[in-house]
Design a protein around this ligand. Sequence first.
Ligand code: PHE
Length: 339
Amino acid sequence: MIDKIKGLLKETEEFTVKTAEELENFRLKFLSKKGQISMLFNDFKSVPNEHKKLVGQEINKLKQFAQQKFDALNNSLEDDDTQTEGTDYTRPGEPIELGSRHPISLVRNEIIGIFARLGFTVAEGPEIEDDFHNFTALNFPPEHPARDMQDTFFIEKDPDILLRTHTSGTQVRYMENHKPPIRSIFPGRVFRNEAISARAHCIFHQVEGLFVAENVSFADLKQTLLYFAKEMFGEKTQIRLRPSYFPFTEPSAEMDVSCSICGGKGCNVCKYTGWLEILGCGMVDPNVLEKCGIDSEKYTGFAFGMGIERIAMLKYQIKDLRLYFENDVRFLRQFKSAY
Ligand code: PHE
C-alpha cells in the first residue's frame, strides 16, 4: 500500500496541464469522491493497526500535495486567461480618432462669421411657434396657402401651435423686444410637411437676417448681400436680384449667385443658366414693423433668408439632401475645417 501511495505521489508531481479540461481530469482522478485518494481512505480501513499511523500519514501527505498542486495549476490557468484578454500593457494603444464638424454646422458658422464682420449679432428662438409669430405678424392673410396642412406641421389647432416653417418668427420676437437700430441674424432648424427626396426634406436649416434703422434702403440690402456672396463663394462671384413675392417684404426679391463651378459659363449644376438661386429678401413690409411695435414712419428695414443645406450643397457639391441626416461617417469624415 505504501508503494501505491508513493506511485500516486509521483504521478501528481509529474502532472502538468495546459487546458481547463486537463485540470478537471486531474481533479477527477485524484481529488473527487470517486478518485484515487478517496479509494485509499477506503482501503485504509483494512490496514492492520500497527501500520495505520504510517500509512495514514502518507495518505494525508498525498492528499495535501494533490490539493496544493490543483490550486497552483488552477491559478496559473486563470493568469493565462487574463493575459490573452488584453492586460498586456506593452501592447500599442488603440488610436483615438478625431471627429469632424457636420457640413451644416460648418456653413452655419461661416455665415455667422461673415455677418458678424458687418456688425450683425446672433439670436435664436423657439422651434415650436404660435400662429401669431409664424404667420399673422408676418402679414400672412388668413387664407394664405402656406398656413395649409400640406406645408405646416400643426401640434394643436385653435389656437394654432406649430413647428415653425421658417425662422422669421424669431425676427418678430426680436423686434417685439428690441428697439431699432436692429442688426441681427437668426439661424435655426425649420420644419415643412414635404415628401423626402434628394432635393427636399421635412427638416432643414435657415439663417435669416434683419436690419432695421433710419434710412435703410434697398441699396444697403444689395450691398450687404453682395459682400456675403463674395465672402462665401469667392471674390469673382456676381449676384442678380429677381423680383419675387413674400407677404412680409415689399418689394421682395430672390437672389442668384453666378455659378462658382463653371464661373457662369453654364454646367449641369446651374442647369446651363450660369446662375444659382440662394436666398429670398426684401424691404420689411411697414405692416410687419407696426405689428411688432416699430414706428414705420421713422424706420425702414431689410430682411433676407437662406437655406443652409442649399448653400452647403453648392459649396461642397453635395448632390443629395438626405446625406445630411444619415450620419454616414464616410460622408461626414470629408469635412474638416477650422470652423
Ligand atoms: N422666410 C422666407 C422663407 O422661409 C425667407 C425670407 C426671409 C424671405 C426674409 C424674405 C425675407 O422662405
